[in-house]
Design a protein around this ligand. Sequence first.
Ligand SMILES: C[C@@]1(CC(=O)O)c2cc3[nH]c(cc4nc(cc5[nH]c(cc(n2)[C@H]1CCC(=O)O)[C@@](C)(CC(=O)O)[C@@H]5CCC(=O)O)C(CC(=O)O)=C4CCC(=O)O)c(CCC(=O)O)c3CC(=O)O
Ligand SMILES: NC(=O)C1=CN([C@@H]2O[C@H](COP(=O)(O)OP(=O)(O)OC[C@H]3O[C@@H](n4cnc5c(N)ncnc54)[C@H](O)[C@@H]3O)[C@@H](O)[C@H]2O)C=CC1
Length: 307
Amino acid sequence: MSSEVIAKPPSRDASEKEQESYPPIVPGASLLLALRLANRPILLIGGGVVASQRLYFLLESSAHITIISPGPLHPSIQYRIDDPATSPQITWLNRPYLGRQDEVKVKDYDLVMTAIDDNDLSKETCELCREEKVMVNVADIPPQCDFYFGAQLRKGPLQILISTGGLGPRSGAMIRDLILRVLPSDIEDSIKGIGALRADLRKRAPGVGGQLGQERMDWMKDTSDTWGLDLMRRFNDEELRKEILDKGWESRKIIGPNDLSGVASTWTQRIWSMVGQRDWTVGMGGFGLGVAVTSLGVMILQRQGRL
Ligand SMILES: C[C@@]1(CC(=O)O)c2cc3[nH]c(cc4nc(cc5[nH]c(cc(n2)[C@H]1CCC(=O)O)[C@@](C)(CC(=O)O)[C@@H]5CCC(=O)O)C(CC(=O)O)=C4CCC(=O)O)c(CCC(=O)O)c3CC(=O)O
Ligand SMILES: NC(=O)C1=CN([C@@H]2O[C@H](COP(=O)(O)OP(=O)(O)OC[C@H]3O[C@@H](n4cnc5c(N)ncnc54)[C@H](O)[C@@H]3O)[C@@H](O)[C@H]2O)C=CC1
């Protein structure tokens, strides 16, 4: 496994030597982002199984989705339209989309997705989107997509997306399942814990940038590293958070799990012993390996000019 295939952007704390050896840029990647789409208008054209998958993820991101497709729809789409929990998020136009002639205009949407069995109409929709500079995913013509979907897994606030650069969607899903198997089943509790600690710290030390911002980031980073992923779940205990903020942050010290005293220590340790210790490093090593192997495969194909 060559280390050059692993993305290495500049680091906050890289040593000067590392800073000097800038890794070469390897082009051809997609920019992996986490789009925040709450209440944003999204146009989804088509009503089959692929559209039903798009709809599911769009609903989870709290977007507002306009679906244009003649019925009958895929049953899961119809279900979401009928379900009072999701119906306010969906506008269904029960008719075919007419491309350039359609009264619905792509410029009124933040993103457009086509999932239809009509290549020509997909191309026309894509052209319209280019003219209006609206990002588009065309399920049947990958080279025309501005963005791809990927195999996804979600555990509360944690989300992981696997992209194979359009080469092997099914293999992406298999890698996702591999990651799922090695992830601790309750990792979301750790993420929620560290989120609660960050929020409390921001309340004590509000503001952006400057000396305080730098100290806040250094303290958070060192505290995260000291506790590790596994023990971060303990930050869900409000009393424990208060203790490490009082004793640690206020004097800019890092308080580790063994530095705790009193009540917080005793009862959180009791809960902890009930949950049981696990070695996460083995699992996370597997995760890193899986992702790196995928990247390596994609890189090889890129170098061979097949991407
Ligand atoms: C480029 C991309 C564009 C995009 O969709 O954004 C695209 C394109 C195409 N997929 C096709 C086929 C299949 N797609 C799947 C499955 C998924 N496809 C997904 C993504 C992507 N598919 C994007 C690149 C992803 C990446 O970079 O890795 C996933 C990951 C996410 C999702 O769709 O939400 C989801 C798995 C999610 C999960 O299981 O969780 C299966 C398997 C199955 O259904 O189980 C098959 C049949 C088997 C096969 O062909 O492999 C065809 C028709 C090919 C033909 O006609 O022969 C095209 C068009 C083409 O390739 O021309
Ligand atoms: N990206 C991906 O993950 C995958 C992409 N595909 C591609 O996606 C396309 C759609 O796949 P499926 O959902 O399986 O097809 P499907 O045949 O189940 O559904 C097609 C849908 O498009 C609708 N439709 C057709 N013409 C329309 C129009 N003018 N306006 C609005 N709606 C219209 C149909 O009513 C139907 O609901 C296929 O062309 C296929 O190449 C297929 C599998 C996976």
